[in-house]
Design a protein around this ligand. Structure first.
Ligand code: PMP
Ligand code: GLN
Length: 388
């Protein structure tokens, strides 16, 4: 019999996140692989969701997003960055940023079009391009600085390029791209008439005075940039899968053209709770949130250094990449297997996030620090025992 699975999905297999979390559970390892907190979201938010469930609003929501949530998203974008969006036409709500990105690529790319990704990437990007029948081109961000360089991006652009996808703060490098790098993306997009999808799910997780500057705030970019974010990261409820995007009407409309047939609408009561979060859990909550994460980051970075690894201190996100050359000979996949079997820690082998130049990630390992300090202390203890 012919294989039942469509060929276009064949190269992608099972996502590394499912694979590593399964292995962590099987082996009883501390799971620093998949990026989800091992603690609950804020009590007030859980109560808001429970109120919403009991409010009688349990039927389909408006396809483009519950009016309360799209208004909250537009308000937040204005308050945070001075960006104005019409809540009813320039905001879209999706079942997570992942669905939003899929809807955007399916809604904006024709077969044969090209899309530029920076690698290492969030693994859904190339799979979405494949679903859309588009051709990905990759720009490798190289250690140690993982900077965007104009000549590298320019080389990836062809007359068929339609989209550039930019994730900042960046998973897995922890980079928060600075104005100079954003200007490179803006300049080349304007010059070549490209649209940009920005993935800003870690927008509130920045450290050491780094500032997250949305690309849409640069001159000329608001009209060509679609920007996605997500409740999961900033409010520690990754399982709710509530995402949203802001952008010009034509880009929100193009993503909507696909979204209406992918999921049609997203869980109504959770959208109401998301609106509560955006309207209510603001400056004080977010300040405490990033302070807590700074403590976790510093603790894990220190533990990795003590274990002989060389971490790249992240400027943002809840991930840290580390070079393991000094403690292990072999590939990232072999090192991660060793970590699970012998050290009791699950991590991600970053070559899963590369296509063009996997060698650039083959001596790196990614750890997530969206975990309680107790979990991180136990991980540090295990790392300390490594090799002894
Ligand atoms: N983008 C990036 C860069 C991510 O790391 C993640 C991870 N969860 C997502 C998007 C997905 O967000 P969501 O859970 O809202 O689909
Ligand atoms: N974004 C999360 C990570 O990088 C995982 C998302 C997922 O499991 N699909 O770990």
């Amino acid at each position: 019999m012919r294989p039942v699975q469509a060929q276009k999905l064949e190269p992608f297999g099972t996502t590394i996140f499912s694979e590593m979390t399964r292995l962590a559970q099987e082996r009883g390892a501390i799971n620093l692989s998949q990026g989800f907190p091992d603690f609950d979201g804020p009590e007030q938010l859980i109560r808001a969701a429970s109120r919403a469930l009991n409010s009688g609003e349990n039927q389909y929501a408006r396809s483009m997003g519950h009016p309360e949530l799209v208004r909250a998203v537009a308000d937040r974008r204005r308050a945070d960055h001075g960006l104005e969006y019409d809540p009813m036409e320039e905001v879209g709500v999706y079942s997570g940023a992942t669905e939003g990105l899929a809807a955007a690529m399916l809604g904006m790319l024709n077969p044969g079009d090209e899309v530029v990704f920076f690698e290492p990437y969030y693994d859904s990007y190339p799979a979405c391009a494949a679903l859309a029948g588009a051709k990905p081109r990759f720009v490798t961000l190289e250690a140690p600085d993982f900077r965007i360089r104009s000549e590298d991006l320019e080389r990836a652009i062809t007359p068929r390029t339609r989209l550039v996808v930019l994730n900042s703060p960046h998973n897995p490098t922890g980079r928060v791209f600075d104005t100079e790098e954003l200007e490179i993306v803006a300049e080349l997009s304007l010059e070549h008439g490209l649209r940009v999808l920005t993935d800003e799910v870690y927008e509130y997780l920045v450290y050491d005075g780094a500032t997250h500057v949305p690309l849409a705030t640069l001159p000329g970019m608001r009209e060509r940039t679609w920007s996605v974010s997500s409740l999961g990261k900033s409010y520690s409820v990754t399982g709710w899968k509530i995402g949203w995007a802001t952008g010009p009407k034509d880009m929100i409309g193009a993503a909507q053209a696909a979204h209406q047939f992918l999921t049609f609408a997203t869980a109504t009561p959770l959208q109401k709770a998301a609106a509560f979060a955006l309207n209510t859990l603001r400056d004080d909550y977010l300040a405490e949130f990033s302070r807590d994460y700074l403590e976790r980051r510093d603790f894990l970075v220190d533990a990795l250094m003590r274990a002989g690894l060389s971490p790249f201190v992240p400027e943002g996100t809840y991930f840290v990449l580390a070079d393991f050359t000094d403690v292990f000979e072999g590939s990232d996949v072999e090192f991660v297997r060793y970590l699970i079997d012998k050290v009791g820690i699950a991590a991600i082998p970053p070559t899963a996030f590369y296509t063009a130049n996997p060698a650039a990630g083959s001596k790196l390992v990614r750890f997530a620090f969206c975990k309680t300090m107790d979990t991180l202390r136990e991980a540090a203890r295990r790392l300390e025992a490594m090799g002894s």
